[in-house]
Design a protein around this ligand. Structure first.
Ligand code: NAP
Length: 260
């Protein structure tokens, strides 16, 4: 393994899973479970190379093959470079997990700037469209590929709306849900399944990045199950959706939210 995006080719017989934002949180937990399931795991990250390296170590400790790829998914040229590097490294793509995502500081719609909205939809939604586009080209049986599976990491916010907190984030995830519905139908005949998970309150660092480090504990009592969830509890569902056990499941949404 190397942190270098421009590695020489190393074809693998393992199934390959690309996880955007695979270095921390839900993405990192998914990487480790994917390793246990026998995948070669491409771990995308934006800034934190050390976290990506730690996750790669955890993947290898679990018996998997790890490869880290830096790319800001808000940037189309970064996405193109990431997929080109993936082609060179593995020569195949079986599963794409669109997991990279951000929140913003608490704000009401009446106070949201165009800059804030542009960042939110670029990082969470347009990135997902572009990564789906590149994945479909590499999976479609209509193009001579082997089929595959795409899992979008949406949010319970897409159902709840996140009033007085971040309606922009909720809407960016709502758009991911509609992409899931439409794309699933477009590519069902091409051997590609497209599904989404909608996590609820999950214990990761994303809440601190939005200025609310105690958000999970503060809201735990509002969850019918009375607690936040773990990244691994979300990852288990992602791995199931990716697997052959889910072979007749497409255009589906699984809420992983403790009843919230
Ligand atoms: P997290 O702990 O903050 O981790 C975010 C990951 O995404 C990191 O690996 C980060 O890489 C990467 N990332 C962020 N922006 C990126 C970009 N522009 N390009 C490439 N990578 C980028 O987040 P999380 O809580 O695991 O959330 C993962 C997904 O689950 C997100 O889509 C989030 O909206 C969704 N979700 C989370 C919760 C929750 O309660 N935690 C609930 C519902 C949905 P760097 O470290 O390099 O920045």
């Amino acid at each position: 393994r190397s942190m270098d995006n421009a590695l020489p080719s190393s074809p693998t017989t393992r199934r390959v899973m690309l996880i955007t934002g695979g270095s921390r949180g839900i993405g990192a937990a998914t990487a480790v479970l994917a390793a246990k399931a026998g995948y070669a795991v491409a771990i995308n990250y934006r800034d934190n190379a050390q976290a990506a390296a730690e996750t790669a170590n955890a993947v290898e400790a679990a018996g998997g093959e790890a490869w880290c790829v830096q790319a800001d998914v808000a940037n189309e040229s970064d996405i193109m470079a990431m997929f080109a590097a993936l082609d060179a490294r593995f020569g195949r793509l079986d599963v794409l997990v669109n997991n990279a995502g951000v929140v913003d500081k608490k704000a009401r719609v009446q106070d949201m700037t165009a800059e804030r909205l542009t960042r939110m939809f670029t990082v969470n939604t347009i990135s997902t469209f572009l990564c789906c586009r590149e994945a479909v080209k590499r999976m479609s049986t209509e193009l001579g590929k082997n089929g595959g599976s795409i899992i979008n990491v949406s949010s319970a916010a897409a159902r709840l709306g996140s009033a007085n907190q971040y309606v922009d984030y909720a809407a960016s995830k709502g758009a991911m849900d509609v992409l899931t519905i439409g794309l699933a139908q477009e590519v069902a005949g091409a051997g590609i399944r497209v599904n989404a998970v909608r996590p609820g309150l999950i214990d990761t660092e994303i809440h601190a990045s939005g200025g609310l480090p105690n958000r999970v504990n503060d809201l735990a009592a509002t969850v019918p199950m009375g607690r936040g969830g773990s990244a691994t509890e979300v990852a288990e569902v992602i791995l199931w959706l990716a697997s052959d056990q889910a072979s007749y499941t497409t255009m589906s949404f699984i809420d992983v939210s403790g009843g919230r």
